[in-house]
Design a binder for this molecule. Sequence first.
Ligand SMILES: Nc1nc2c(ncn2[C@@H]2O[C@H](COP(=O)(O)OP(=O)(O)OP(=O)(O)O)[C@@H](O)[C@H]2O)c(=O)[nH]1
Ligand SMILES: [Mg+2]
Ligand SMILES: [Zn+2]
Length: 354
Amino acid sequence: MKQTNEKKTNEKQMSKKKYDNQGQKKQPENMVQARIIEVQKDWFSVGYEWNGSYQKKPARLKASVFYRSQKEDGAELYPAIGDDVRVWRNEQGEDRIEEVLPRRSWLSRSNPATSGQTEQGIAANFDVILLIQSLNQNLNPRRMERYLTVAWNSGATPVIVLTKADLVEEEEELESRVSQIEEVAVGVSVLAVSALTGEGMEKVKALLEPGKTFLLVGSSGIGKSTLVNALAGEELMTTSEIREEDGRGRHTTTHRQMIVLPNGACLIDTPGMRELGIWNAEDGVEGAFSDVEELAGQCRFRDCRHEREPGCAVKKAIREGRLPAERFKSWQKLQREAAHQAKKLARREASRRK
Ligand SMILES: Nc1nc2c(ncn2[C@@H]2O[C@H](COP(=O)(O)OP(=O)(O)OP(=O)(O)O)[C@@H](O)[C@H]2O)c(=O)[nH]1
Ligand SMILES: [Mg+2]
Ligand SMILES: [Zn+2]
């Protein structure tokens, strides 16, 4: 709803202003639609004329849009990778991004650089979000629950990919690690792969429908760029060894980039994230914890807090070993975080309207 209104205002402003800053008349034929296919710090590449791949061109963001996005702290105004944008081409053939078009899916987080006071866009208009952890060091069911929460809120379908399967020697150990994640991945496929040996890769390849966009997210060093390269069949993205001392990644990828595979599927590689603070994810909690939500719906009291109330279906499930206590805690924690954020957002909206 909000985005639609935003769009109307943008359109009104665009039609009012028929001349650009240099006084050149804006011909409608010079307005084209394009897609953001690369985001470096503050410059963009846009892709035109999709016919199984894009024609790539650098583009600047219109200054007034930039300033408005900063002033109003509006991540919805600032282009993110994957965004459809309206671009104006001047007589010198230079491209300027005039407006971000409505998004059909959206991933953002609370910006760690502002201690979570602002929203940081990550990517837009993806169909599938690949939530990635590595089977050797990075496996963490609690963090996966957070990823799933944010992913269910994004409007895209989540799929979990567990990388570096070759580094787990024992078959049993591998199965037990995969099932740790499967337990928190209610209704979501979990694929274990190795880009090195090719193990499990055919299942990832089978997802990659032409024309669809796949967003890869996860911590640094877990093999996102390696996976992109393996799927593309060439070294398009730089990768590097994780640090010996603590097994952490080196933050090798520092920009966001879309790679179009030969079959026309689009992959978005992103820099590894240390934190994924919730910005807006109340619906996401319901999606990621549908099993717990269903139990909560069976409690005797509608407003059951699942503490000491009689007839609490959640507590009963925990006692009977059907629901792990950590998962219950994780649900409460993410619910609180999402509710807290929702209040903050509502206050922000109210002050914007003043
Ligand atoms: N053994 C093994 N190593 C892998 C596999 N996939 C990736 N690696 C290694 O893991 C290291 C990190 O891989 P990257 O692809 O750079 O990781 P990334 O997720 O892109 O990291 P950032 O760009 O920092 O976010 C590299 O040394 C890769 O060779 C795998 O399937 N098996
Ligand atoms: Mg990378
Ligand atoms: Zn209850």
